[in-house]
Design a protein around this ligand. Sequence first.
Ligand SMILES: N[C@@H](CCC[C@H](N)C(=O)O)C(=O)O
Length: 343
Amino acid sequence: MVNLIRVHGSENSFYLLDQRQLKHALTTVELSRLAQQVNDTAPAGLGEVDGVLVVSDSQHSNAIGRMQVFNRDGSQASMCGNGLRTVSRYLAEQTHQTDFQVETDAADLPVHQVTPFAPDVPAFSVSIQPVSFDATSIGLHQIPTTPLLNQNTLPFATNSTANFSAVAVPNPHLISLTDHNHPNALTTAFLGQLGQQLNGQNPWFPDGVNVSFGWEINDTTLFVRTFERGVGFTNACGTGMSATSLIWVLTHPAAQFGQLLTIYNPGGMVQTRVHHQNAAYTIDLIGNATFTDHLRLSEADLHAGNLASAEVAATQEETAYHQFVSQLPHWSFGDVRPTVDEH
Ligand SMILES: N[C@@H](CCC[C@H](N)C(=O)O)C(=O)O
């Protein structure tokens, strides 16, 4: 029998698979199929996940493990910020270390354990990098003026007054932040329409892009929603919130490098800190790393991408997480911007 853990960061949920426990590691094709099948085959009662996080040994001497990410459509992503926090917790518990590096597709990333957000809500800080505004890194085509930073009248949004920025962290993100001159430009319907358009066949982002809308709450607080490549609407996207924080600091006059930002999202809240050192941008992404369920299944079922016969043991951490979230401001969505409800 082998173990899978159902995990989340800000309710951006995944199954975490440690390949090192298997007699035969899953191939890339099997991992892609597993990510596509988990939601259809998981035992009743387990909520849907956005993909699969894969842990394996790193061949890099400075990293204690390696993370790979498969989106729910089976595509592979170069990075996942919320997922990296949960993988960091997993590796921390295995090795009894609190400060280390994890190998990801583009870089070995520093991570460390931080003070829990609340009782039974463990938290980690992970470094989001490398950052690039280069069109090739973003997979951006046919846009005459790059870097794309706070520009409007773009060919994929001709009817909108919203401003857009594009950045790779290193997975690709398209960001729009509230424009006070056009406060109603960023609607949920527009996010869905743009996300679908730019993740279908299109000339601007042929490999797709994660699309995030950010609403200013105050100078150090945002609310961010994301339509993810390979997923669709998600509760939270860690790299999306990190990329939005970077664009916020670069374009908002009162925002500063090194300042702690609070980023609310439909699944909860994270904190970010944007740095600019040695001509490079990096973002600290700080948030919960929650394990909701432990699953046990046969290695044959895992290879077949079939969770139907898995035994499930829930942890108490989701109750603790809900308790933590219940103390945050409650956000309501009209069709337009999030507003805070009285408790
Ligand atoms: N949810 C993730 C991002 C996952 C990858 C993304 N869908 C992509 O294809 O780039 C996060 O927390 O960063």
